[in-house]
Each structure stands twice: as C-alpha cells, then as structure tokens.
Write a protein of this length. Structure first.
Length: 321
C-alpha cells in the first residue's frame, strides 16, 4: 500500500486531502515534525511527501528510500534542500499562484498602516487619548513617495498595480527582467543600489535563495536614505534581523512592517516586540478561505498526479519522473 506522509501542517484538519487521496488506496499519515531528528525515522518508507514548514535538509532527504515527489504547501521552497532532492531524483513541487491577491493586499495593508501610523493611533486611543501620538512627519501620503519594489514576479506586479492607484513613484529592481518590460508597466527600472538610495519605502518580493538571503544587511541598510521604511512579506531570511534592529533603534530606518521574521515564530522576548515603530503579523499574508482551500487542493492533486503517473505540475528542481 503506497504511503502519503504529511510532515507538518497548520490547518484544523486534513479532511480535504484525505478525501482526495484515500480513494486511491494509499495509506495517509500525518505528523507535526519540527526537526530533522523527528523526520528521519518517518520519511524512509513514504512514497509521497507533503510538507509545509518542516526542515527537509540533506540528511532528511537522504533517508527517503521510496519518495516519488515532495509537494510543498506554499510558494517558497526554502525549507527543502532542492539540490539534495535533485541528486536523489525526487521532484519537488510548489503552488506558485494560490495567494497572489492576498499577499499583494497584505503588502498594501502594511504599507498604509505604516505610512499612516495606524497601530500607534489605535493604541493611543485605547489608552484614553484623543491627540496625535506621533509628530507630523511620521505620517505621509503615498502620492509624495518613492516606493522601491524588489522583485517583480506575480506578487510584485500585483503590488505595483495597487500602488499606481495612489500616484506614487514605483522603482522596481528585478535582475531577471529587462528595463523595457518594467517600464511597460508604468514603473521605473533601477539597479538595487539606486533603489536603496532613492526609495522612501522598500518592499521585498523575492524568494529566499543563496543570492537573496540577508540581502538587507548592515551594508545595504547604510545605503538607504535616513528615515526609510521597510516592508517584508516574503521570507524572514531576506533580512539580517540584528542589523534591522540596530537601524530601527538609531532611527535610520523609521519603521518596519513584517509578515515574516528570522527566526519564526518570533520569541516572546524578542527586541522587535518592544518597538513602537514595528508592525508584525504572524506569516499571515497568504491567508484567505479561498486561498487556503486552493493551496490544499493543489498539493493533494500534485500527489494524485504522481500516484497516477501523470506529469507533475510546478516542478522547481528540474527533476522529471
């Protein structure tokens, strides 16, 4: 009997996945593994592996004796050692388009909450005050702003579509797109250094890879103009958290709005939680009822394709069965 193994999940149940997969006659087993040590004894006899945040490193993948596919709940695949899976000829599949609008909307929510000091105002009113809790220069209109968008894939483009309605100036950096393609969307193409120096607010929309991890670090933060704001809804590992904390404390970075953090979950005594110029949401940008259902169905259907010997969708590590 083929075995489907779910390494971890954040949904109330896996009834939807079971309804799609158990009629094939497979054995469906789910766990909540957080470490390689927990995973290694469980993946050895799994034919099909579904994962969300569990760390599938090289040691875990080396323990997979029968795996025919690894399907991830999500767009990013930075919790999976893609090269190790490629060497073992195990395809890795993601779901690249289930939450584009949700993440773009969440980005705009963070941008607006930051530029208008929404959280600070609400806390001030709850404390019994009916005055401004911030100086005038802590609130500004997007129309007066240059917004730097780093990464111009599906989500970055949807963010820009929303930003253009506010009549701001969007600068876009994406090394994989020609300047002409960026200009055709109404944006100004820029090298990363140019964007860092010119933007009033920078929003990140790139995957976490060897080239992008800690791309926001002490050196790049110094290149940003004083008073810049940072929004990150992509991956926490894009940002050197310690360097960001120092920049926030010094005022060089005026504010940060983060849906992701390194590490996750954020420890309860973390310095960012004590800062009034920081907004943090719990990796929630992708969430809506529609998006979560689409995500879960897509992952289950990927496994169905593997069971049936059909072509796999969205293989990200170049392995074809």
């Amino acid at each position: 009997m083929p075995k489907v193994f779910v390494t971890d999940y954040t949904f109330p149940s896996l009834d939807l996945e079971k309804a799609l997969l158990e009629p094939t006659g497979c054995q469906f087993i789910a766990a909540q593994c957080k470490t390689p040590a927990e995973l290694i004894p469980l993946v050895g006899d799994a034919d099909y592996i579904i994962t969300q945040f569990a760390p599938l490193n090289a040691a875990v993948i080396a323990a997979m004796n029968r795996a025919r596919v690894i399907a991830r709940y999500g767009i990013g695949v930075d919790n999976i050692d893609l090269e190790a899976a490629r060497q073992r000829r195990i395809p890795v599949c993601n779901v690249p388009d289930y939450c584009i609008d949700e993440v773009a909307d969440h980005t705009l929510a963070l941008i607006l909450a930051t530029s208008r000091a929404v959280v600070l105002h609400w806390n001030h009113v709850k404390a019994g005050h009916w005055t401004l809790p911030v100086p005038f220069d802590a609130m500004w209109a997007l129309k007066d702003s240059t917004i730097g968008v780093v990464g111009f894939g599906r989500i970055g483009r949807e963010v820009v579509k929303r930003l253009l309605a506010f009549n701001c100036k969007p600068l876009v950096h994406d090394p994989f797109l020609s300047p002409d393609k960026i200009q055709a969307t109404g944006c100004v193409p820029a090298r990363l250094d140019e964007l860092l120096r010119a933007a009033d607010l920078i929003t990140l929309h790139v995957p976490s890879t060897a080239a992008t991890r800690q791309m926001i670090n002490r050196a790049t933060l110094k290149k940003m103009r004083a008073g810049v704001m940072l929004v990150n809804v992509s991956r926490g590992t894009l940002v050197d958290t310690g360097a960001l904390i120092d920049a926030l404390e010094s005022g060089h970075v005026r504010a940060a709005a983060l849906d992701v953090i390194d590490p996750e979950p954020i420890p309860p005594d973390h310095p960012l939680l004590r800062m009034n110029n920081v907004i943090i949401t719990p990796h929630a940008a992708s969430v809506s009822l529609r998006a979560v259902r689409t995500l879960r169905e897509s992952v289950a259907k990927t496994v169905l394709c593997a069971i049936r010997g059909e072509p796999l969708p969205n293989v990200v590590n170049g392995v074809t069965p």
